[in-house]
Design a binder for this molecule. Structure first.
Ligand SMILES: Nc1ncnc2c1ncn2[C@@H]1O[C@H](COP(=O)(O)OP(=O)(O)O)[C@@H](O)[C@H]1O
Ligand SMILES: [Mg+2]
Length: 254
């Protein structure tokens, strides 16, 4: 069953068509890679799914529900979460605080209760901390929880952003170039973490240039070029697709 369905999505910026009539159907539980050259429209498509940009035409469905035009916080609320190509963390906050932000911990608590420090607040905060620690353990960052985010190396920063995205308990997680800037070992670890995320019943869609990561973990690969979908299939099909080799992989890349 498709958990995420994109129908004829077109996104224009003035005269530029960044995404052109793209159709995609992502099955529940799958890991889907979205690849293609720089400027192909991958991040723009993610932005349209998550409500940061509006589609010019076309529609997006989540579990059969039309979510086209919803605001980013509404998209997060229904169960779609993401990370960004350019890491977005609260650099001056600690590692654990960055995850707690993703939990929306205080939504149920009135502001005056927080100010008065009533017992209910303490309990809620404790639960938030415990949940955050569990997520940090999940990505192997629990021992860094009291460090400022800005002091983390690049790879761990990306994992922290993933932990924060998981805090909203998504059903679909969109990762925009999660291995960018990672060294070989960090990229190997990332493959492991993405597999672990799937085993939490989360569908993963990722934009990635590292072909080892893409081909190693994806069930299906969708290829964009100049805003258009030029190919889709299992990794082995994509690696031998002439049009994809021409547009993106290059000869000898597989
Ligand atoms: N906010 C924006 N305003 C205008 N043009 C944009 C905007 N975002 C992206 N674009 C353009 O849309 C095209 C697709 O960009 P993008 O989705 O970032 O590509 P990718 O993520 O595949 O590298 C590019 O030509 C880019 O310059
Ligand atoms: Mg991009």
């Amino acid at each position: 069953m498709a958990i995420l369905e994109i129908q004829e999505a077109t996104i224009k910026f003035g005269g530029l068509t960044a995404v052109n009539k793209v159709n995609m159907s992502i099955n529940s539980g799958e890991i889907r890679a979205l690849i293609g050259p720089n400027g192909a429209g991958k991040s723009t498509l993610f932005n349209a799914i998550t409500g940061i940009h509006q589609v010019t035409s076309g529609q997006v469905f989540f579990k059969g529900q039309n979510i086209t035009g919803l605001k980013p916080y509404q998209i997060t609320g229904i169960g779609i979460s993401r990370t960004f190509q350019n890491i977005l963390l609260f650099e001056e906050m600690t590692v654990i605080e960055n995850v707690m932000v993703g939990l929306h911990c205080r939504t149920k608590t009135e502001t005056f209760e927080i100010i008065l420090g009533l017992p209910g607040v303490k309990k809620e905060e404790k639960e938030c901390r415990e949940k955050s620690i569990e997520l940090l353990e999940f990505v192997g960052l629990a021992d860094k929880m009291n460090e400022k985010a800005r002091n983390l190396p690049y790879g761990p920063k990306r994992l922290l952003e993933i932990a924060r995205a998981l805090a909203s308990e998504p059903k679909v997680l969109l990762l925009d170039e999660p291995a960018a800037g990672m060294n070989y070992h960090e990229a190997e670890d990332l493959i492991k973490y993405v597999g672990k995320i799937r085993s939490r019943n989360i569908t993963v869609m990722l934009v990635e240039h590292n072909m080892k990561v893409v081909m190693g973990i994806s069930d299906h690969v969708t290829v964009l070029d100049h805003g258009e979908k030029i190919a889709e299939g299992v990794p082995s099909e994509i690696q031998s697709n002439e049009q994809v080799i021409e547009a993106y992989l290059g000869r000898g890349a597989h």
